[in-house]
Design a protein around this ligand. Structure first.
Ligand SMILES: *[C@@H]1O[C@H](CO)[C@@H](O)[C@H](O)[C@H]1NC(C)=O
Ligand SMILES: *[C@@H]1O[C@H](CO)[C@@H](O)[C@H](O)[C@H]1NC(C)=O
Ligand SMILES: *[C@@H]1O[C@H](CO)[C@@H](O)[C@H](O)[C@H]1NC(C)=O
Ligand SMILES: *[C@@H]1O[C@H](CO)[C@@H](O)[C@H](O)[C@H]1NC(C)=O
Ligand SMILES: *[C@@H]1O[C@H](CO)[C@@H](O)[C@H](O)[C@H]1NC(C)=O
Length: 398
C-alpha cells in the first residue's frame, strides 16, 4: 500500500515536474509562460528591447524546427506590440537618440515581412535602416554605441546593429558594396581597437569590452583607449554576432573571409579562457579566481552557442575536438547549476548579471564595477542565450 502510494506520488511529481526532452523548448516555453520578450516591459508598456530580439531569434529557430505555431504567434505578438499598423516603431524608440541596441529587433521585422508580406514590417525595418545612414561614427567609421557615448565602440553594439544591417542589405540591396564594406569594417575596427595585446597583463588575446577613440573616458587606456577588462557578456555578444553574420554575408564577398579570420582567431582563445575545473567562464575573464568574481551564465551560454555553431557550419575546424568538448563541458555545468525546475513545470534560469539602467561603460568599467552588479533571476539576456545554446547542443546530439 505504502509502496503504491509512493509510486503514485513519484509518478505525479514527475508529471508535474516533467520537463520536455529539449532544454531549448523548456527554456523557451518557460519564458513564454512568464510573458517574457513580448514587446512589453514588466509594467505592460511597449518597449523596443534587444533582449526580446535575441529571444525571438531562438523562437524563430524553434518554430522552424518543431512547426509549433505558438512560437510564431508569440513573435508576431511581440513585434505588433512595438510596431503600429502604419509601420511606425514605438515603445521608447526615437531615431535621433542614435542607440544601436533597439536595432536588434530589426531581424524580427525582416523575418515577419518575409513570412507575412505585410508592409508595416518593411516600413519599420526602413526606419531602423534610416537610423544607420545618419548614425554618428568615429573618425575611423565605427558607429558610436549611442549618441550620448561619443566616439565609443562597444562589443555589444556589433551584435545589436550589424545582424540587422547585413540582413537588410542582403534582402534589399545585395549589390550595395559600400554597405557590405561598412558592415565588415564594424567588426574589424572593433576587433583591432579592443584586442588584448601580448604585453597586456593577464593576456588572453581576447577583446576588452569597448574603446573610446577620443581617449577621454576615465576607463580609456592611455595608449589605445580601450576599457580595462574583458567582460564575458560583451565578448559573448560579439562572438554570437560573428557566427550569425557569416550566415548572411556571402562567401564570395571579401568581408566573409575578414570576419571568418576574426572568428578563427577568437574561438580557440575563448575555449582556453574557460575555467579548467568547471568549464564555465568568469564574469571578468581577465581576472580568473579573484575574490568576488564568479561564473556568469549569459556569457557562458553565448560562448557555447557561438562555439558549437562555428564548428557545425565549418567556420572553425575542430580537429582535436577540443572546442566541442569545451562547449559540452560548459553546457553540462549550465544545466546542473543554473537550471532550476519549478513546481508549475517551468524552469528558472540563474546567475545572469543585470545590465544597469545606465550603460555599463558609463562607469569606471573596472573589476570592482563589474562584480558589484547584481545577478537577476530569469534575466532574458541569459535565458535567450540558453535557448540558443541548447538549440546548438541538441543539434549536436541528433
Ligand atoms: C507548442 O508550444 C507551446 C508553448 O510554448 C506549448 O504549450 C504547446 O504544448 C506546444 N504544442 C505542441 C503541439 O507541442
Ligand atoms: C502611426 O500610427 C500611430 C498610432 O495610430 C499614430 O500615433 C502615428 O501618428 C501614426 N504615424 C504616422 C506617420 O502616420
Ligand atoms: C548603400 O549603403 C550605404 C552605406 O550604408 C548607404 O549610404 C547608401 O544609401 C546605400 N545605397 C543605396 C542605393 O541604398
Ligand atoms: C600593449 O598593451 C600594453 C598594456 O596595455 C601597452 O602598454 C602597449 O602600448 C600595447 N602595445 C601595443 C602595440 O598596442
Ligand atoms: C590578473 O589575474 C589575477 C588573478 O585573477 C588577479 O588577481 C590580478 O588582479 C590580475 N591582474 C590584472 C592587472 O588584471
Amino acid at each position: 500500500m505504502l509502496c503504491d502510494l509512493t509510486l503514485i506520488l513519484v509518478t505525479l511529481a514527475s508529471v508535474v515536474l516533467a520537463r520536455p526532452q529539449s532544454y531549448a523548448v523548456w527554456a523557451a516555453d518557460s519564458g513564454i509562460a512568464r510573458g517574457q520578450g513580448n514587446g512589453l516591459d514588466t509594467r505592460g508598456r511597449a518597449i523596443v528591447s534587444y533582449e526580446h530580439g535575441e529571444f525571438q531569434w531562438g523562437l524563430r529557430q524553434l518554430y522552424e524546427l518543431t512547426g509549433n505555431q505558438t512560437y510564431f504567434h508569440y513573435i508576431v505578438e511581440g513585434v505588433d506590440n512595438i510596431v503600429f499598423d502604419n509601420g511606425t516603431v514605438h515603445g521608447s524608440y526615437t531615431v535621433t537618440d542614435f542607440v544601436l541596441d533597439p536595432l536588434r529587433t530589426g531581424p524580427t521585422f525582416l523575418y515577419l515581412y518575409e513570412e507575412t508580406g505585410k508592409s508595416k514590417y518593411k516600413l519599420a525595418a526602413d526606419i531602423f535602416r534610416g537610423q544607420l545612414n545618419a548614425h554618428p561614427r568615429t573618425a575611423q567609421g565605427q558607429f558610436w554605441h549611442k549618441l550620448k557615448y561619443p566616439n565609443q565602440g562597444w562589443l555589444d553594439g556589433v551584435y545589436m546593429g550589424e545582424i540587422f544591417y547585413a540582413q537588410y542589405t542582403s534582402r534589399f540591396q545585395p549589390d550595395n558594396t559600400t554597405a557590405w564594406a561598412d558592415i565588415t569594417s564594424q567588426f574589424q575596427l572593433m576587433f583591432e581597437n579592443t584586442i588584448q595585446n601580448a604585453t597586456a597583463p593577464n593576456n588572453t588575446g581576447l577583446l576588452y569590452h569597448g574603446y573610446d577613440f577620443s581617449h577621454k573616458q576615465v576607463w580609456a587606456s592611455p595608449d589605445r583607449g580601450h576599457s580595462p577588462e574583458v567582460w564575458d557578456r560583451a565578448l559573448g555578444w560579439f562572438s554570437m554576432a560573428l557566427v550569425d553574420i557569416l550566415e548572411v554575408i556571402s562567401t564570395t564577398n571579401p568581408g566573409h573571409n575578414t570576419i571568418l579570420d576574426i572568428l578563427r582567431t577568437l574561438a580557440p582563445r575563448i575555449r582556453d579562457a574557460a575555467d579548467p575545473a568547471t568549464g564555465a567562464w568568469w564574469l571578468v575573464i581577465t581576472q580568473p579566481g579573484r575574490a568576488k568574481n564568479y561564473f556568469e551564465s549569459s556569457g557562458t551560454a553565448m560562448f557555447v552557442y557561438a562555439l558549437l555553431k562555428a564548428v557545425r557550419l565549418g567556420y572553425v575546424v575542430d580537429n582535436d575536438g577540443s572546442i566541442v568538448a569545451a562547449a559540452r563541458k560548459a553546457y553540462a555545468y549550465m544545466t546542473e547549476n543554473w537550471v532550476v525546475s519549478n513546481s508549475d513545470g517551468t524552469m528558472n534560469w540563474l546567475n545572469t548579471v543585470i545590465d544597469p539602467q545606465v550603460g555599463s561603460l558609463d562607469t569606471t568599467g573596472d573589476f570592482d564595477y563589474y562584480v558589484s552588479q547584481p545577478t537577476n533571476l530569469n534575466d532574458l539576456k541569459g535565458l535567450a542565450a540558453f535557448v540558443l545554446a541548447s538549440l546548438e547542443y541538441e543539434r549536436l546530439q541528433n
